[in-house]
Ligand binder design. Structure first.
Ligand SMILES: *[C@@H]1O[C@H](CO)[C@@H](O)[C@H](O)[C@H]1NC(C)=O
Ligand SMILES: *[C@@H]1O[C@H](CO)[C@@H](O)[C@H](O)[C@H]1NC(C)=O
Length: 393
């Protein structure tokens, strides 16, 4: 695929996507059981809570012709069409999607080089609109390029990684661009998360070379994987061996998450169209862990990354951020109004505006979540907080 063809390709994906969305929004109730597996709620659901049989829009067609899902495979213009069905299940691909700007070409190249030999589909989300700047990369022609200026990784993911489009892929790597991969091998990583049953994971961070915002992401020197932190007090958090809540356990950071197909299927629904920084999502990811979040969510220590904290889209990695996981509303509000003041002043106002929006989004997401919980009488929280536990026994 040459540079000139990229935009039409992106448009084509859009069209697929919108068709896909039409199917899915109607289909939503059918898909809820994936969420329900987080707890054993099936038996307790009363009659009105059971999913209704909704139409998908394809009923007027003979069933065998209905093609419900799609993929990101490129096809050749001539010859016989290559059917994915015929290929069998031996080669299960995964997907690497990275939000990129051409300024980080060198480090992105290093990441993609690692992945290209390992049965991955590569998808770049160009937030600076510069697609042609990547043409000289040998892998550029076989990667998918989607371009939309100043949009975040979550904005792209919500729009271009619809579960029905990416259902072919076993794992979805949804990464930032500023990651050092010298000590990371995708093949080995995949075999570890498969063996450990991690539905949501991330590679650990090399603490000597990375900015580590959250203790749980720091690399342990022994073993392949860790799933919790012990003896930690700080940042309004206190974690010990009895902790059952994120970010003490069942938690990964949003910079380099890896989702199983089923987990992504759930996470996609949780991403809100308008909350493009996705703050607050991390804390709730465990609801998509396909079971116990303290077992199915983890950090891989033996394959690890360096978080370079390079300037990326609207980034402020040089400032300390706590908002992503702080449960302390007072703190969030304080940070937000500080950001608001900075955004109003002239100095570095772009960044401050982004920061302000991130905090706003966190508030809005929490409110929406709580309201949804309130309104959905059929939903049972498998991780209901100790406070509420009284009604649970
Ligand atoms: C994208 O964001 C940058 C930084 O905030 C800004 O300078 C630029 O004008 C934006 N571009 C568009 C097309 O909105
Ligand atoms: C929240 O943060 C504020 C300011 O740091 C602190 O005074 C307060 O005790 C915290 N509240 C909780 C519940 O941790």
């Amino acid at each position: 695929m040459t540079g000139r063809n990229l935009f039409p390709a992106a448009i084509l994906i859009c069209i697929f996507l919108f068709i896909g969305t039409a199917f899915v929004s109607l289909d939503f109730k059918e898909k809820l059981p994936a969420l329900e597996t987080a707890g054993s709620t099936h038996s307790v659901l009363s009659e009105p809570c059971k999913s209704e049989c909704k139409s998908s829009g394809g009923e007027s067609l003979p069933r065998g012709i209905v093609s419900r899902t799609s993929d990101l495979e490129m096809q050749s213009l001539g010859g016989s069409p290559r059917s994915l069905k015929k290929k069998g299940k031996t080669t299960q691909k995964s997907l690497l999607a990275i939000a990129v700007g051409v300024k980080q070409k060198k480090v992105v190249n290093q990441i993609v080089q690692k992945f290209s030999s390992n049965n991955f589909v590569i998808m770049l989300f160009h937030y600076d609109g510069i697609v042609d700047g990547w043409k000289d990369m040998p892998w550029s022609g076989s990667a998918l390029h989607v371009s939309a200026i100043n949009q975040t990784k979550w904005w792209f993911a919500k729009r271009f990684l619809h579960p029905d489009i990416v259902s072919e892929y076993k794992y979805i790597f949804l990464w930032d661009e500023d990651l050092g991969v010298d000590h990371f091998h995708p093949g080995r990583y995949l075999s570890i998360i498969e063996k450990e049953g991690l539905e949501i994971s991330q590679p650990a961070l090399d603490t000597s070379k990375s900015q580590v915002h959250h203790r749980i992401t720091a690399r342990w020197r022994k073993g392949n994987v860790h799933r919790r932190i012990y003896n930690y007090h700080g940042g309004g958090q206190s974690c010990d061996e009895n902790s059952i809540n994120p970010p003490c356990t069942g938690w990964v950071e949003m910079m380099a998450p890896v989702f199983s197909r089923a987990a992504w299927h759930c996470v996609w629904y949780m991403i809100q169209n308008d909350l493009i920084h996705a703050w607050g999502l991390d804390i709730q990811l465990g609801y998509c862990a396909q079971g116990d979040r303290s077992k199915n969510v983890g950090v891989v220590d033996s394959e690890y990354l360096v978080h370079k904290a390079l300037p990326t889209l609207g980034s402020y990695d040089d400032e300390k951020t706590t908002g992503e996981t702080s449960n302390n509303l007072t703190e969030i509000k304080t940070e937000k109004s500080k950001a608001e003041v900075r955004a109003g002043s002239h100095a570095s106002s772009d960044r401050s505006a982004v920061r302000y929006r991130s905090y706003r989004e966190l508030e809005i997401f929490r409110r929406r979540w709580n309201q949804a919980v309130e309104e959905d009488k059929c939903w049972i929280d498998p991780y209901s907080k100790p406070k509420k536990k009284a009604n649970n026994n």
